[in-house]
Design a protein around this ligand. Structure first.
Ligand code: PXP
Length: 237
């Protein structure tokens, strides 16, 4: 079974709506771990719109499972990652005006920038994952750049409007997972996954990790975070 990493950015988004101290994403990370999450994911954005530097420090100190730090491939973020030493860095594209990460990295046109960040992180013993669309050229490029993992962007699958569209997006994800595995990459997936669409994704071949945030934090409003994590784990099993 694939393992579940919980993205707690959305807890920080609620905190930042009032620029106060609650709810605390660090507390949420620890609760998610207690409920059975195998890892915690946080995205430190350049504009610090949700997770901030204090959260990164405390989550690193307190999380006992694995920390996946999502970030843009910039010098500032690479420096923070090297100080923080997460188990995994996931490089993601970042645009200030977007509401959430909109698409996968273009690691072909951005090859030089990617290579510099990947080399610096790997030199420090940090596993590097690239968040990419299930595009075979991008997957080949991820391998060439020396990534350890790829996180397949499931957003297009999640946004599919009908069953044929969903089936065709799942086929792309499946082909991407097989291609990535054959290239020696570890296969992760995430973005837009919910209690209603996660099952076919869990069944993808070679899938090792799922990163899920919004849907789990949304359900936590009604049932509490502990129960929301347990509900997702039950669906994935
Ligand atoms: N994976 C990556 C790379 C992301 O950027 C995000 C969103 O922060 C997620 C997974 C989680 O997406 P969602 O909040 O839609 O579950």
């Amino acid at each position: 079974m694939a393992i579940l990493h919980i993205n707690v950015d959305h807890v920080a988004t609620i905190r930042e709506a009032r620029k106060t101290t609650e709810p605390d994403p660090v507390y949420a990370a620890l609760q998610a771990e207690q409920a059975g999450a195998a890892g915690i994911t946080i995205h430190l954005r350049e504009d610090r719109r949700h997770i901030n530097d204090r959260d990164v420090r405390l989550v690193r100190e307190l999380v006992q499972t694995k920390l996946n730090l999502e970030m843009a491939a910039t010098d500032e973020m690479v420096k923070i990652a090297i100080q923080t030493k997460p188990e995994i860095v996931t490089l993601v594209p970042e645009k200030r005006e977007e509401v959430t990460t909109e698409g996968g990295l273009d690691c072909i046109s951005q090859a030089a920038v990617m290579q510099k960040s990947i080399d610096a992180l790997k030199k420090e013993g940090i596993r590097v994952s690239l968040f990419i669309d299930p595009d075979l050229h991008q997957i080949d490029q991820a391998q060439k750049l020396g990534a350890d993992d790829i996180e397949l962007h499931t957003g297009e699958y999640a946004n599919a409007q009908n069953d044929p569209q969903k089936a065709s997006q799942l086929k792309r994800l499946e082909a991407g997972a097989i291609h990535g595995h054959e290239a020696g990459l570890k296969i992760n997936a995430g973005h837009g996954l919910t209690y209603f669409n996660v099952k076919p994704v869990v069944a993808l071949p070679y899938l090792e990790e799922l990163n899920i945030g919004h849907s789990i934090i949304a359900r936590a409003v009604y049932v509490g975070l502990h129960q929301a994590v347990i509900d997702m784990l039950a669906l994935m099993d």
